[in-house]
Write a protein that binds this ligand. Structure first.
Ligand SMILES: O=P(O)(O)OP(=O)(O)OP(=O)(O)OC[C@H]1O[C@@H](n2cnc3c(O)ncnc32)[C@H](O)[C@@H]1O
Length: 182
């Protein structure tokens, strides 16, 4: 089976390759992202744009980081928060003394001529001030999943894949694609 994935983020491609046993044909179109905190809405829009640009079935991924004390901000806007202030900004955004509860959400969309299918994964945890660990990318080093002492960046690839929102979403995508191919 062959899947076209549209992303500018090579780390995502590596995770897709690790977790999907399909032939991936990555394409790095930098698609316009709508201004929303809602990761599912951002993902859906990215998928529609990618399908319109490529004219063939495509998979896209959008990942958000939700701070509970800020009612889910920055959510799908996290890329710009990190671009502006590095990953430490995610803890720095919190006013003194509020809860450090955070969640990572990944939405994956498969878009073809029949429409858009969305698969979502979510991981709750907390955000920390000082990054720890060297594995992975993005906000991995400042996020500690619930029930864990380690950040995602202190876990092996296999450990992250087992619990990560992308892992959850990709397992559902894989099942959907296998069903489609029958
Ligand atoms: O939109 P595309 O082209 O796919 O690439 P992107 O890097 O802009 O993708 P997102 O908007 O989904 O990413 C938001 C931010 O979250 C980071 N990120 C995404 N997935 C992550 C993961 O699994 N672990 C840690 N950080 C992640 C990523 O590096 C960005 O800074």
């Amino acid at each position: 089976m062959s899947v076209r994935i549209c992303t500018t983020n090579e780390n995502k491609v590596r995770e897709f390759e690790r977790m999907l046993g399909f032939d991936l044909r990555p394409v790095a179109l930098d698609l316009e992202e709508i201004q929303t905190l809602d990761t599912v809405a951002a993902c859906r829009n990215k998928g529609v744009l990618a399908f319109a640009a490529l004219g063939e079935p495509v998979v896209v991924d959008d990942t958000g980081f939700e701070l509970a004390a800020l009612d889910g901000f920055p959510g799908a806007l996290v890329r710009w928060a990190i671009d502006a202030g590095g990953t430490r900004i995610l803890h720095r955004m919190l006013p003194e003394g509020v809860r450090d509860t955070a969640s990572v959400v990944t939405a994956v969309a498969y878009v073809d001529g029949a429409g858009v299918q969305i698969f979502v994964g979510r991981l709750d945890g907390r955000v920390i001030a000082e990054p720890r660990g060297t594995n992975g990318f993005g906000f991995n080093a400042v996020f500690v999943p619930s029930g864990e002492d380690r950040t995602l960046a202190e876990m092996s690839d296999a450990e992250k894949d087992r619990i990560s929102p992308r892992g959850q979403a990709l397992r559902d995508l894989a099942a959907f694609l296998r069903e489609q191919a029958r």
